[in-house]
Design a protein around this ligand. Structure first.
Ligand code: KIV
Length: 262
């Protein structure tokens, strides 16, 4: 599979549905490489990899480390580094931190949560040659200020805001937008309102592509299971069964055997 570029991502609108998955390390990035169009080093790693209750304590050093190791493993998928909470509150910080992403890793783009209120910051990044993916709807970095994870698009005010946000982000120069936790019909309307791809997560099928967190879709993360996740593998069960077998083999002196010894 040929590595997709910012231009081919934009051109995929109404032509090809985009696939995106998260990865946090070399091992899994290498397994996903070239199969999915886009790998997102999501700040969700703070929860599923780091065991924290939300994404807010992820910082630039953590995101840079994980982006670096993902880039080592994946050479054929387009890689996006999620900008962590607090790293893009001013134009100056956003640019300084995005430049770190480009200079310290080989990621192709950054992702930023926020709509109209983030336009000046995103514009500044785009003007300075940073490729930016937007993220609207349910934004995990707002979990404490909004008092929980809230599905969006439930009334006309929210619907209008989502459409306004998407149009403003497109104008500011983002190449695609993640729409998370939004009623399917409204997400479809958002997709129709812009000429760039809308990549959904918990946003139904009327959009231009899908993203899932790898440890959810492969069944490794057992703490909670969002309704929108389809589990393609029961990773936790397979791992536990294999490790139990390993322990039994040790206890019964079945491992190692002659072939596995020097
Ligand atoms: O952090 C993340 O994994 C994300 C996806 C859920 C889109 O932002």
């Amino acid at each position: 599979m040929k590595k997709i570029s910012v231009n081919s991502i934009k051109a995929s609108k109404n032509y090809k549905l985009l696939s995106m998955i998260t990865a946090y390390d070399y091992l899994f990035a290498k397994l996903f490489d070239g199969i999915v169009d886009i790998i997102l080093v999501g700040d969700s790693l703070n929860m599923s990899f780091g065991g924290q209750k939300d994404t807010l304590s992820a910082n630039m050093d953590i995101m840079l480390y994980h982006t670096k190791v993902v880039c080592k493993g994946a050479k054929n998928s387009f890689i996006i580094c999620d900008m962590p909470f607090g790293s893009y509150t001013t134009k100056k910080d956003a640019l300084k931190n995005s430049i770190r992403v480009y200079q310290e890793t080989s990621a192709d783009a950054v992702k930023i949560e926020g709509g109209v209120e983030k336009i000046k910051i995103i514009n500044h990044l785009v003007e300075n040659s940073i490729a930016v993916m937007g993220h609207i709807g349910l934004m995990p970095q707002f979990v404490r200020s909004e008092g929980g994870y809230k599905i969006k698009g439930k009334n006309s005010k929210e619907r209008e805001k989502l459409i306004k946000d998407a149009i403003a982000l497109e104008k500011a120069g983002v190449f695609a937008i993640v729409v998370e936790g939004v009623k399917a019909d409204v997400a479809g309307e958002v997709a129709k309102a812009v000429n760039i791809p809308i990549i959904g997560i918990g946003a139904g099928e009327k959009v231009d592509g899908q993203v899932l967190v790898w440890s959810d879709m492969l069944g490794f993360f057992e703490d909670f299971k969002p309704k929108f996740v389809r589990e393609y593998l029961n990773g936790a069960k397979l791992i536990k069964e294999s490790v139990k077998k390993y322990v039994a083999d040790i206890e019964e002196r079945k491992f190692p055997n002659e072939k596995e010894s020097y």
